[in-house]
Design a protein around this ligand. Structure first.
Ligand SMILES: [Zn+2]
Length: 343
């Protein structure tokens, strides 16, 4: 069967609901000033569309992209991971643990397209040096409701909200085994991380709107592990990755600050740091008029992390340069300061 007919057949499966449950109406996209490669990227693909896009990319990649269902959400939606490359340096990206923080997900699709589908010499070389594994939209039930938590309305979570569900990004404590993890989707990430054993782990979130001390708007914030149990050499490596993140996003027209995050070991940034990953958080600001550019900035960071890991240059960055990333200042007037740490 030709590739075209296989894609057409895939489309039939998806629309017949054979791959995934029918999706709720996608949230309307906002006006876009800038686009990725001249295309406007869907910032919030529906559950069905995400499955379709991932399988389409896998087909178009001629086997370079492998798509796995790593489990199901509490409501039975598939949680997908995609893997590309065969190099010995392993990188894991996780997107959308918080359902209402969507933009890492379309960036992940664009990353897979760039390195796995477009035929370029640099991508071929990249894929011989690194393997990139992406948990794409860790929290499909939260996405469906456009809320932070997973869907577990009968739970009384220590971290989360009664009547809604768990805050998945508080359930990555390495001391809690996946089988004992009350937050289903966090357990899926734990298992995928344990089987993949990445060198680098980057968790994509979104935050409100903030400025720096001089009033300049921050478009993204980043942070490394801050839990005291993380080995200093692993903190230094995470700081090197964070500097790559800053340079790639600033170089793309954004402006990166440090993120004022906490020390709790259940936060992915700390939990995977304790496991020896170079573990970094990225928070894209929620700037409606800059949505396409935010996706592009996230894509730039994914590409830069992979390229600098592939050529070894990330290991040559001065970790102290991370401490010079400017601090995040106050919320923009008229926007809401987050009541709790968003990461
Ligand atoms: Zn978040």
């Amino acid at each position: 069967m030709s590739l075209k007919s296989r894609i057409a057949l895939l489309s039939v499966f998806v629309s017949a609901g054979l791959l995934v449950a029918p999706a709720a109406q996608a949230v309307e996209s906002t006006a876009a000033e800038t686009t990725v490669d001249g295309r406007t990227v869907d910032p919030r693909p529906s559950t069905a569309k995400l499955a379709f896009e991932l399988h389409k990319l896998a087909l178009l990649s001629h086997g370079k992209i492998r798509v796995d269902k790593i489990g199901r959400s509490n409501e039975g939606r598939p949680v997908w991971a995609a893997r590309v490359g065969h190099g010995k340096t392993r990188i894991q990206y996780v997107t959308q643990q918080h359902g209402d923080e969507p933009l890492g997900t379309p960036a992940a699709l664009e990353f897979l397209r760039k390195v796995g589908v477009e035929h370029s010499a640099w991508a071929r070389k990249l894929l011989s040096k690194v393997t990139v594994d992406i948990v794409v939209r860790a929290n499909p039930d939260g996405h469906e409701r456009d809320w932070r938590y997973n869907y577990d309305p009968d739970a009384t979570p220590e971290y989360g909200e009664k009547g809604k569900g768990y805050d998945i990004n508080r359930y990555h404590d390495p001391a809690v085994a996946p089988k004992d993890n009350p937050a289903t989707e966090a357990g899926l990430i734990q298992r995928r991380n344990a089987s993949f054993e990445p060198d680098i782990m980057v968790d994509y979130h979104m935050q409100g709107r903030y400025k720096d001390a001089n009033g300049r708007e921050i478009t993204a914030s980043t942070l490394w592990p801050t839990n005291a149990g993380v080995k200093p050499s692993d903190v230094d490596f995470a700081k090197q990755v964070a500097v790559v993140v800053q340079r790639s996003i600033d170089g793309n027209g954004g402006y990166v600050s440090q993120y004022p995050g906490g020390d709790y070991q259940g936060i992915a940034r700390n939990g995977y740091g304790l496991l020896g990953n170079g573990s970094v958080l990225i928070e894209l600001s929620l700037i409606p008029e800059r949505e396409q550019q935010q996706i592009q900035d996230a894509l730039a960071s994914m590409l830069a992390i992979a390229r600098t890991a592939a050529d070894g240059s990330v290991r040559k960055v001065d970790p102290a340069a991370a401490d010079a990333i400017p601090p995040r200042g106050p919320a923009l007037p008229g926007t809401v300061e987050e009541a709790h740490e968003a990461a």
